[in-house]
Ligand binder design. Structure first.
Ligand code: 1GP
Length: 238
């Protein structure tokens, strides 16, 4: 069977755009999950991401169990730390926070997670995670104690993405942060997508369907929508 990474690569090759809905276990109630899944199943979403900067409640396992029962979409972990690993998901974005200089998020948590992941069947997808300044302090910046890269310094963002690809990252995730005031600049998406070969995920602060389309047009291969769907489960209704 084809892996999720291969699916993303093939979609990129065919010019097919992908869409992930992010469910943060800390921000949803289990009693609402059936409704949310129904809305996701009716939407153009191609993936479900599960995770958050800090997840304090322990509904992760149960949430994934329900998702696996009620949708055929791949469930991909998007963890803030190694406590957010569930063997019941399909894959995990194995993130390294390349924009920051906090060794915990560059390699320490990955060292802690490796033996846990070896005991699961999760598909591990090496992902260079790049946090971009968004006009407000987002949870990723606060929790990781790292500074986002400047919106203006396109050269630095490009060099960071290229270094990620050279290190073997299979995806690059350009992140403005959940609830970002400003999403990743389109010009930045364009530059990065024209100068790296691996697929690009873009997320953070995308508030409407037009914003998704603009990110695609700029070169995003997969767009992530969290807050906008959390606030309005009819977000994708036509
Ligand atoms: C956050 O990129 C995701 O990690 C989604 O962000 O919640 O702002 O949609 P939003």
């Amino acid at each position: 069977t084809i892996t999720i990474r291969q699916q993303i690569l093939e979609a990129k090759g065919n010019g097919q755009k992908l869409l992930a809905v992010l469910l943060d276990p800390d921000k949803i109630l289990l009693e609402n999950v059936a409704h949310l899944i129904q809305k996701i199943n009716e939407s153009p979403a191609t993936h479900i991401f599960v995770g958050g900067s800090i997840v304090q409640n322990n509904i992760l396992e149960e949430l994934i169990l329900i998702l696996k029962q009620k949708t055929t979409l791949p469930v991909v972990l998007f963890p803030g730390d190694p406590s957010q690993i569930s063997p019941k998901a399909d894959a995990i974005l194995f993130l390294s926070l390349l924009s920051g200089r906090n060794p915990d998020y560059l390699i320490e948590y990955q060292v802690q997670a490796a033996p846990i992941l070896k005991r699961t069947n999760l598909e591990v997808i090496s992902t260079g995670y790049i946090l971009i300044e968004s006009g407000n302090e987002t949870a990723v910046a606060r929790v990781s104690k790292t500074k986002p890269l400047s919106r203006e310094n396109l050269d630095l963002v490009l060099a960071t993405a290229q270094a990620g690809q050279m290190l073997g990252n299979q995806l690059i995730y350009l992140e403005a942060g959940s609830g970002a005031k400003q999403p990743v600049p389109l010009e930045m998406i364009k530059l990065i997508s024209q100068n790296i070969e691996i697929p690009i995920i873009v997320g953070g602060g995308i508030a409407d369907l037009k914003g998704i389309q603009k990110a695609y047009n700029a070169g995003a291969d997969l767009v992530v929508i969290g807050t906008a769907f959390e606030n309005n489960s009819h977000f994708f209704d036509l």
